[in-house]
Design a protein. Structure first.
Length: 357
């Protein structure tokens, strides 16, 4: 992800006419006879699906019933099967759960916090993922991006990519206005859950509160395949988003979960983020763990020694203490409402506050 671009992942590559289901331009990377990743917009959603003897297991349902339905159609077409076993939600953000309605005929699995958050969104219009908030997001995604392009690259507004981008968000808005129904997970878990689909096992491990409250790592051991959702991206320093839900026990849990994950994977395991079709490998995940573990240890020591956060930041520059991370982008989505200009600095701020609580 090139953080210097004003629109790092907002512009669509959808060139086909707007349509329902199979007419979406969803790209397929076949990983094995049983597994594939399906990539489409908006926001480059990477939806992993695995065809098991008991039906197709799908990870995440983006944005709206029609958008997620397009992915479901593409999955069905690719595997030449219509039997779906279940949907798994990795966390509570709209690009992962707002399309759950396309799978309302199936069991929907997710961490208990995902269900709780979605239930809150149904009764509180001010909730960031309420229907009202999502409609406002759809409006901003057209108006704000148009305004930026008018200043930086007005010719882009005449391209097929922009036309398709605008149409996609209009479609999402139409779904939201035309009887959108929030569909929370129907089966939840606390720490860990293992599902069995014939000769395919699916393991869900709660990570929690780094990207979303419900952060869940989904593993398919027989396929040597792991979905890390929004937690890690191969080109980015790991991002710890500010959250009142983060505690020292949650941070310790991150390290436990990652050590366990690395202990049961190998050099051939493919790790997928939720908005990238490019797999990561075990060495990259190990480097992310080393960074988080090292940063957490440094912050604990600084607190014990009576250092100030300013002193800590001065002696803990990214390149000096974490050279592997310094090779990655330390900023993200610059120019958007979600921009982070110094990921490492934000991580220190969040973890420092965690110990202050």
């Amino acid at each position: 992800m090139n953080s210097k671009l004003i629109l790092p992942w907002l512009l669509l590559t959808l060139l086909a006419p707007l349509g329902r289901g199979a007419e979406f331009d969803i790209k397929v990377d076949r990983l094995s006879p049983r597994a594939a990743v399906f990539t489409g917009d908006p926001w480059g959603n990477a939806i992993v699906a695995v065809a098991t003897p008991k039906g197709i297991v799908v990870v995440d349902a983006p944005f709206s019933r029609t958008i997620a339905g397009g992915f479901r159609d593409a999955i069905q077409t690719e595997f030449k099967r219509t039997d779906f076993a279940c949907l798994i939600n990795t966390h509570e953000h709209t690009c992962h759960v707002s399309g759950n309605g396309a799978y309302a005929d199936l069991p929907i699995m997710g961490h208990e916090s995902i269900r709780a958050d979605m239930l809150k969104s149904m009764t509180n219009p001010a909730h960031p993922f309420s229907t009202a908030s999502l409609l406002a997001l759809s409006d901003r995604q057209v108006k704000d991006v148009r305004a930026r392009l008018e200043k930086s690259n007005p010719a882009q507004l005449k391209t097929p990519q922009w036309i398709a981008y605008e149409r996609m968000w209009q479609l999402i808005a139409a779904d939201l206005r035309e009887g959108h129904v929030t569909v929370p997970p129907t089966i939840t878990f606390d720490r860990q859950m293992t599902l069995y689909f014939g000769d395919i096992t699916v393991r869900l491990d709660y990570f929690g509160c780094a990207h979303g409250v419900g952060d869940t790592i989904v593993s398919f051991p027989e396929e040597n395949l792991v979905v890390t959702a929004g937690i890690f991206y191969g080109q980015l320093v790991p991002i710890i988003h500010p959250s009142e839900a983060i505690t020292d026990r949650i941070v310790d849990n991150w390290l436990v979960v990652l050590h366990d994950l690395l202990g049961r994977t190998d050099a051939n395991t493919r790790f997928f983020a939720s908005h990238s079709a490019t797999p990561m490998n075990k060495a990259q995940i190990q480097s992310f763990l080393s960074y988080l573990e090292g940063l957490w240890g440094e912050i604990r020591r600084a607190k014990s020694a009576g250092e100030t956060i300013e002193q800590l930041k001065a002696r803990l520059p990214l390149a000096g203490r974490f050279p592997e991370m310094a090779k990655l982008n330390n900023s993200n989505l610059v120019g958007t409402e979600w921009e982070i200009r110094d990921i490492h600095g934000q991580n220190i701020d969040v973890l420092w506050k965690t110990l202050a609580n």
